[in-house]
Design a protein around this ligand. Structure first.
Ligand code: CUA
Length: 352
């Protein structure tokens, strides 16, 4: 699964023109093509809603866009009339300046009509806010999300499950989200599912989420929070009820016991290193809470909060030199020999 820079390919398809030789038509064509291809690249967007809250927000966005388009056309029409018709007649002395008409135009066009439109939009906005304030049903599942520089800690307090950068929920049912931060202000945003909500230190913001179609949805931090703000992503996985229950029950289990010697050695290396001060693996004596809980690391789709796919190569690279992948993150590099790294990888990959 490729989460990052999905629009890179489409941007690359726009033909390059050397500076100074870009014709207006080609430039216009490139911009249009870029927008068109951007739409094809399956980039998650707030205008493609997959949940009730996002649907309300999309309706409001289209209303504002439609209104703005109509106003733009009218204003451009008036401008064209003044430039090409009235100005010529005035220059030719065919018409006299008309201060009363001008004043009326300013009062109506510049004050009265804009005021009416803005007040109407304000009420549409209030209506949308009221519509998304409360969930469409009762929220039986509570999920706590804690923002960290630069990853997401996810708890299911009733099931004593802790994971990271991945939120699973059942399709078609609202869940309650309780958002807070361990350090600076972050913001929770899944464009296809809902609006944004800040995660503030020392405060819990309640929020709800409902997904109407099964699938994996891309979410990201929407508040600048430091050097790796752009690499603070997560996924929301919406599953049929049964599949979700299976996932939750599996995540509540302690880590599986090593099934062979290599994995056994990997566990010894993990438990004998500084890893245990920052990470928890349920069922072992690693109980650190500065970094993501690794109890079921191998079940997750990405590493480093959506930065890279969760596979052996990326995991090895991350352990040895996390700063080459995500400069400025809080994980220190680890000094391991080749065989030690192999054993540690085997252990971490056994944590299904
Ligand atoms: Cu967290 Cu931006």
């Amino acid at each position: 699964m490729k989460l990052i820079d999905k629009n890179k390919d489409s941007a690359a398809k726009v033909r390059y023109s050397p500076p100074g030789r870009v014709s207006g038509r080609r430039l216009g064509g490139s911009v249009t093509l870029g927008l068109f291809l951007g739409g094809c690249a399956n980039i998650p967007g707030a205008l493609d809603p997959k949940g009730p809250a996002a649907a309300e927000i999309a309706t409001l966005s289209w209303l504002m866009f439609g209104l703005a388009a109509v106003i733009f056309i009218i204003v451009m029409g008036i401008l064209a009339y003044i430039l090409f018709w009235r100005a010529r007649r005035e220059t030719a002395g065919e018409t006299e300046p008309n201060p009363t008409l001008d004043r009326g135009f300013i009062i109506w066009g510049g004050i009265v009509i804009p005021a009416i439109i803005l007040v109407a939009l304000f009420f549409f906005n209030l209506r949308t806010m009221a519509a998304i304030a409360a969930p469409p049903g009762s929220e039986e599942i509570v999920i706590e999300v804690v923002g960290h520089q630069y990853w997401w800690e996810v708890h299911y307090p009733d099931q004593t499950v802790t994971t990271a950068n991945e939120i699973h929920l059942p399709v078609g049912r609202p869940v309650q989200l309780r958002l807070t931060s361990a350090d600076v202000i972050h913001s929770f945003w899944v464009p296809e599912l809902t609006g944004k909500m800040d995660l503030l230190p020392d405060r819990v913001n309640s929020f709800w989420l409902q997904v109407d179609q099964p699938g994996t949805y891309y979410g990201e931090c929407a508040e600048f929070c430091g050097i790796q703000h752009a690499k603070m992503a997560f996924v929301v996985v919406a599953e049929p009820e049964e599949q979700f229950a299976t996932w939750l029950a599996q995540q509540a289990q302690p880590a599986p016991e090593p099934s062979d010697e290599l994995i056994q050695r990997g566990r010894q290396i993990f438990l004998g290193s500084a890893c245990v001060y920052c990470h928890t693996i349920k069922g072992t004596n690693a109980t650190g809470d500065l970094g993501p809980n690794l109890t079921h690391l191998a079940s997750r789709r990405t590493l480093a909060a959506g930065t890279v796919e969760n596979n052996s190569g990326n995991l090895a690279g991350w352990i040895i030199d996390p700063h080459s992948i995500k400069p400025g993150n809080l994980m220190p590099p680890t000094n391991l020999s080749g065989p030690e790294l192999q054993a540690l990888l085997a252990y971490l990959e056994s944590l299904e």
